[in-house]
Design a protein around this ligand. Structure first.
Ligand code: FPP
Length: 215
């Protein structure tokens, strides 16, 4: 969800305003995704590298996550949405861990949109944590064994990865899972990424010919 900072700067406002607008937009896009028939949606909210941002920005983001995790508990129940968090929780506060535990528990049985939020997430870190949990002899390990042990275990690989904000890179997002994903890049900044933009991305995806290495 790139571009919150620039969105605010263009309006001569502090970056935190951009993050607040970005957080509101998450709800809009969740609803739009569900209406389009999307079953799984994962958003990249905070990377393992984002801790290097100024302390007050990190604090603002953590507060926003806590606030939204609490409010999702109510909204997700009303919308039949299941919420899960991917990323390394050991690096998050006790309070945040409690918020995560509660929202995941309460929404576990919901069968509508399956919504994942990546917080303190890095693809390389996720793979390393998964590999450390592998059992048995290395020669017997399989690709499926690793997939199962990732934070996304049980969640299908993404069909489409959308990056707003004008950068053309993955930035350590779902690097294992995106092996055969399609990619959609747009200059639109995240707070401006509208349901209409989501439709463009899905239309782009629908026109792709996926061969998975075949012909
Ligand atoms: C990247 O934009 C955005 C982030 C690091 C934070 C994303 C967080 C949110 C959208 C808010 C909360 C989300 C939830 C799920 C409640 P940037 O700050 O790097 O923007 P810039 O490239 O314009 O500086």
């Amino acid at each position: 969800m790139d571009g919150n900072g620039r969105w605010a700067k263009r309006r001569m406002m502090p970056r935190s305003v951009g993050h607040t607008r970005g957080a509101k937009n998450v709800e809009v896009i969740c609803e739009a995704a569900y209406d389009l028939g999307i079953k799984y949606l994962t958003v990249y909210a905070f990377s393992t590298e984002n801790w290097s941002r100024p302390a007050d920005e990190v604090k603002t983001l953590m507060k926003l996550f806590s606030r939204y995790l609490k409010s999702y508990r109510k909204k997700a129940m009303a919308n039949n949405m299941r919420v899960r968090i991917i990323g390394d929780r050991t690096g998050l506060s006790e309070e945040m861990n409690e918020d995560i535990r509660r929202v995941e528990e309460e929404t576990a049985g919901n069968t509508g949109l399956q919504f994942q939020i990546a917080i303190n997430y890095g693809g390389r870190d996720e793979i390393l944590r998964a590999v450390r949990r592998l059992k048995g002899t290395p020669a017997a390990w399989t690709i499926d064994d690793i997939s199962r042990l990732l934070d996304t275990g049980g969640i299908p690989d993404p069909d489409l990865i959308i990056r707003p904000g004008g950068e053309y890179r993955l930035s350590n997002f779902l690097i294992w899972q995106s092996a055969y994903a399609e990619f959609y890049f747009t200059d639109v900044l995240w707070p401006d990424f509208s349901p209409e933009e989501l439709k463009h991305a899905v239309t782009f995806y629908a026109g792709r010919d996926r061969r998975y290495g075949g012909v």
